[in-house]
Design a protein around this ligand. Structure first.
Ligand code: ADP
Ligand code: ZN
Length: 287
């Protein structure tokens, strides 16, 4: 058995191959340019191996609805060269083997559930707070998808009383992503997040927003664990601040595990996505 994995991000693609024990044999990282150019490099890499199946976790929005005639397409992405691109189709045309297809964050949730910080559980949410905010989930062992896929980053949130920033989401302005992703921190303070590490109020405001989102995810999906990753979460002081704010907002209404166990850092670090793609390759083969 040899699994191929494509973690397709807006800035870079990570490709890997592994054996059936998910031991990574080889991996590459490629810049995301046009679809044709990027996939030519992906194919060059995978052509060296005899793959049995592939898993793709893609940036989006993407079409994950099997009933749709654009299933497998990247849809309304701000990366114009990829708009309405049949990504899954191109991979399947090259490799006539099972190919699993989901969002980058759903793949990361799967990785964390099976091999990372949510091992042994049946459900978890993975939220990345980086250039954007995006979330994926596995619920009762299944990736969370419906008519489309969740867009957990675009929740509407209550504004902090001291808020001065308008938000940068081109659709909603001050949705969660617009007000809490890395570029929002930079937009509000004129400095990058890592330069503001010692500014307590920066992280209190960040936690104020992220905790609201986590409360809402909890109320709707009731996951067993929430894993928070991405560049902004490198500010580790955020975890206790988010837990404290979460507790305040939930006000004891819904029981959750102890917050140290419930709101956690990734167990796989930056490998959550690629590991999830390998797991997706396995799942697709077993279907
Ligand atoms: P992407 O979301 O593009 O995959 P990242 O998860 O690394 O990439 O997120 C990048 C964002 O995270 C940038 O806005 C950056 O300023 C912010 N960021 C990266 N590292 C840190 C850090 N140590 N502290 C605070 N913010 C950070
Ligand atoms: Zn938005």
């Amino acid at each position: 058995m040899m699994y191929g994995a494509i973690e397709a991000g807006g800035t870079k693609f990570v490709c890997a191959v592994s054996d059936e024990n998910f031991e990574i044999k080889e991996r590459v990282s490629l810049p995301t340019t046009t679809p044709e150019e990027t996939l030519a490099k992906v194919f060059e890499f995978f052509d060296q191996f005899e793959l049995t199946s592939i898993g793709i976790g893609s940036f989006g929005p993407i079409d994950v609805n099997k009933k749709s005639n654009t299933y497998g397409y990247v849809t309304t992405t701000p990366k114009v060269a990829w708009t309405n691109y049949n990504f899954l189709g191109a991979v399947k045309e090259r490799y006539p083997i099972p190919v699993g297809w989901t969002t980058d964050v759903n793949a990361a949730a799967l990785g964390e559930l099976k091999k990372g910080a949510a091992q042994g559980l049946e459900s978890c949410i993975y939220l990345t707070v980086g250039t954007g905010v995006g979330g994926g989930a596995v619920i009762n062992g299944k990736l969370l998808e419906g008519y489309g896929h969740p867009e957990m980053g675009h929740l509407l949130v209550r504004l902090h009383p001291d808020e001065t920033y308008k938000g940068f989401c081109p659709y909603h302005g001050n949705c969660l992503e617009g007000i809490a992703a890395g570029p929002a921190i930079e937009g509000r303070y004129g400095k990058k997040g890592h330069e503001l590490a010692d500014q307590a109020h920066v992280w209190e405001m960040e936690a104020y927003y992220l905790a609201q989102a986590l409360v809402n995810y909890t109320l709707i999906l009731s996951p067993e664990r929430i894993v928070l990753g991405g560049g902004v979460m490198k500010q580790e002081q955020l975890y206790p601040l988010i837990r404290k704010e979460f507790e305040k907002l939930m006000a004891g209404y819904v029981a959750v595990p102890s917050l140290e166990e419930y709101i956690v850092a990734p167990g796989l670090g930056d490998n959550a996505g690629i590991t999830g793609c390998l797991l997706l390759a396995e799942a697709e083969l077993k279907k």
